[in-house]
Design a protein around this ligand. Structure first.
Ligand SMILES: [Fe+2]
Ligand SMILES: [Fe+2]
Length: 370
């Protein structure tokens, strides 16, 4: 007797054949059970697990082919070999189509029987192993994808943290602009969302909002914190801050679009801004959005030489300067956003980077800040 190699169900309405087959397969090392009809076999299959089924085709009641069809609905893997005393090619083909491994003609050749059952069970084991391998592979891919996503999230959080840290570095130096970067970022995102820009563009605009004035790090504190108006030289220096910002950020390749937004956030739609006097669509869209958000925050923040401009008066500036200082489409989108906000229908808050650096409004700002 060989070591047990699997469970086989032998189905035949003729007891002598059933017993002979079971005897031979038991001798080959299989654990055999017997059923005298397809109905009995279906009950046994529903209750237990079999590696192989060896079944007669022609039986009273449900025949072997119908039994195979029903078994396949619940177990796609079990190895099935059919036996028939009246070889009929169409019946055999139907059995093969339903997933039978092979069929044997009666009277049975017991050596062929052993060989066929061995191969059928081996194939079933291989199919099962292959399926498990694929399942493992899928779960491994899923696990690795999760790890990659986590690593991406960590990197993104680190990146966002660095952006905020840079903005904080500026605000530690320029006491007049505390919270300005975060507010400009959030207002810019609100406008970008209103304009239905893509998530990538919105994310870049948010980053640009935080970094737009980072070039002021290159300007002396005595100028940045000067309570009165700047002299012409000081003003010329302050006007260089978008260029300084672009230089600071240039080593970070991923910030390509962001750098362009930052470099041109003081350009005017009519070409009268700085540093290059670009006009219209030559100014990157993100920069045109930043220009509006930046100006709004400057107007509605207190300055040493004036109080905060009231909301309606500030909004009037955007109506008046639409098409000159500001892109009319963006000015219009911004005005709609603000009016929805004041009517109690605020745009949803930006979905990322929503933690402001500082909630406090700036106490004051240099005369030329915009
Ligand atoms: Fe600026
Ligand atoms: Fe600014």
């Amino acid at each position: 007797m060989e070591e047990e190699r699997g469970r086989i169900l032998v189905v035949d309405d003729e007891p002598s054949i059933r017993d002979l087959v079971a005897f031979k397969l038991s001798d080959d090392g299989y654990e055999c059970e017997k059923a005298g009809s397809a109905e009995e076999a279906l009950t046994m299959v529903a209750q237990g697990h079999y590696d192989g089924i060896l079944s007669d085709i022609n039986m009273p009641g449900i025949d072997g082919v119908e039994m195979l069809r029903r078994i396949r609905m619940s177990d796609a893997d079990v190895a099935v070999v059919m036996m028939t005393g009246a070889p009929d090619l169409s019946v055999a083909l139907e059995a093969m189509r339903l997933g039978a491994y092979d069929f044997l003609s009666k009277p049975l050749n017991l050596d062929v029987l052993s060989l066929t059952v061995d191969r059928a069970v081996e194939k079933k084991v291989l199919v099962k192993q292959n399926r498990e391998y694929q399942r493992n592979l899928e779960s491994m891919v899923q696990e690795r994808t999760q790890q990659l996503n986590q690593a991406n999230d960590d990197l993104r959080n680190l990146f966002i943290g660095s952006i905020k840290a840079l903005a904080q570095a500026l605000e530690a130096k320029d006491r007049y602009t505390q919270g300005h970067s975060a507010r400009v970022a959030e207002e810019s995102v609100r406008i970008a969302r209103y304009l239905s820009l893509s998530e990538d563009e919105i994310q870049n605009i948010w980053i640009a909002g935080f970094l737009h004035d980072i070039g002021k790090i290159g300007i002396q504190e005595s100028v940045l914190n000067k309570p009165g108006r700047l002299d012409p030289d000081e003003w010329e220096l302050v006007k260089q801050h978008p260029v300084f910002a672009a230089r600071i950020l240039e080593p970070i390749e991923e910030l390509g679009d962001v750098i362009e937004m930052v470099r041109y956030h003081h350009e005017h739609f009519d070409g009268k801004g700085y540093p290059e006097g670009l006009a219209g669509a030559d100014i990157p869209l993100g920069a045109r959005i930043l220009a509006v958000a930046d100006c709004y925050d400057a107007l509605t923040s207190e300055r040493p030489y004036r109080g905060a401009v009231p909301e309606e008066e500030a909004l009037k500036v955007f109506e008046d300067c639409s098409g000159t200082q500001f892109d009319p489409v963006i000015a219009s989108a911004f005005l709609s956003c603000r009016r929805e906000c004041s009517n109690g229908h605020p745009e949803p808050a930006p979905s990322f980077g929503t933690t402001p650096l500082h909630d406090a409004r700036p106490a004051a700002a240099p005369a030329t800040d915009a």
